[in-house]
Design a protein around this ligand. Structure first.
Ligand SMILES: [Zn+2]
Length: 374
């Protein structure tokens, strides 16, 4: 269902909104260098709000060169990724209550738009020869970046004071109009949950005793969730009802940025969120466990195959799950806790191995997302 909110119905004629966006530095590409907002200041007594059009379309976002599925709505007539749009909705309402009119000048950008800008930059024959990021690497292509009307009355001050509370951060030095949604804003928003929405059930800046469950909620299209710290994989789960749970024991204590990545059933990335948590000491022994033999994450396997793990002596039993279904169990440590996998449904599946100690406590959980073929 499409919702429209025109409060009041004023679309701003921003200086450069409808021409191919220009950019002014190497990390980004902008609809205009220093968005001007003269129209806002011309009628300061009218409380205006951004317009939202929540009809969704699918597009392809890019995160550091890697394509992923993205859902786009429109804010102030500009394409904006749906989670970012919802977060912005919360922020602009708060700003409006403070008498500040926020506007989106530029949002999501496609690969072809970025390619155009990059061509202008390298050939110096359009877009004022402005610097532009290599296609696939602009942070406007990830869907998280918005260029806002930072020159509007009070806007820059308001954003620097309050935007972080809504999950928006000024990420590029010297570009006070460029704000990125990094998650953890208030929930809700006018455009509903994004298909790729994922939020971690860990408190940002919270402390957790080592050996804890990492869980998240995903949008409708989410088939499995993968967790990582930087490039270090923590595991994956397709157990939606259980909150896509992974139990992880860290080998070192301290602060960690844990990222949850949501994927659809075709293993296409939908979105991600990161929270920073502090891992504190715990008396429980650490367990090391990893998949063994030929079985590995992202592998392709003919249905009916064996999975094994290597585990330290703490682990005495391993149970295997696919989603909420247990698909194997073994106490045969010498045999690598081997279990035979045979599925009725082929395609991408996440197989989880859960390690138990002698007291029956879970001491480690790992997951691998693999493709099952006939
Ligand atoms: Zn920007």
């Amino acid at each position: 269902m499409m919702k429209l909110l025109w409060l009041p119905a004023l679309l701003l004629a921003t200086a450069c909104a409808d021409i191919p966006p220009a950019s002014i530095d190497g990390t980004d590409g902008h609809s205009c260098a220093g968005p001007s907002d003269a129209d806002l200041d011309s009628s300061p007594t009218v409380l205006k709000r951004s317009s939202f059009a929540c009809a969704r379309s699918r597009d392809t976002g890019f995160d550091r060169g890697t394509p992923f599925a993205i859902e786009v709505v429109h804010v102030d007539g500009k394409p904006v990724e749906v989670d970012t749009a919802n977060a912005y909705w919360n922020m602009q309402r708060a700003a409006a209550a403070d008498g500040i009119d926020l506007r989106v000048i530029s949002g999501f950008r496609t690969q072809s738009e970025q390619s155009y800008l990059y061509g202008c930059y390298t050939n110096c024959n359009c877009n004022n020869c402005n610097l532009a990021a290599y296609p696939g690497y602009s942070n406007h292509q990830s869907g998280q970046a918005l260029d806002l009307n930072s020159q509007g009355h009070g806007v820059r001050w308001w954003l620097r004071t309050y935007a972080a509370g809504f999950g928006f951060y000024e990420t590029v030095p010297g570009e006070d109009w460029h704000w990125e949604y990094l998650g953890d804003g208030p929930v809700g928003g006018i455009c509903g949950e994004g298909g790729g929405a994922v939020s971690l059930q860990l408190t940002d800046r919270g402390s957790y005793e080592n050996g804890f469950w990492i869980k998240s909620t995903g949008g409708d299209a989410t088939h499995h969730v993968r967790y990582r710290v930087g490039r270090h994989d923590l595991g994956a789960s397709e157990h939606r009802a259980g909150g896509f749970p992974v139990y992880y024991v860290f080998s070192d204590l301290g602060w960690r940025d844990i990222t949850a990545e949501a994927y659809d059933k075709n293993n296409r990335k939908l979105g991600e969120r990161t929270v920073r948590v502090k891992v504190t000491a715990r008396a429980r022994p650490r367990a090391q466990m990893q998949f063994a033999g030929a079985f590995h994450d992202q592998g392709h396997y003919t249905n009916n195959f064996w999975v094994k793990v290597d585990a330290d002596p703490t682990v005495v039993r391993v149970r295997y799950y696919a989603g909420e279904w247990q698909v194997g169990s073994s106490v045969d440590k010498a045999g690598g806790f081997a279990a035979r996998m045979r599925f009725n449904e082929l395609g991408w599946r996440t197989i989880e191995a859960v390690g138990y100690d002698a007291q029956g406590r879970i001491v480690r959980q790992i997951g691998a997302t693999v493709k099952l073929t006939p």
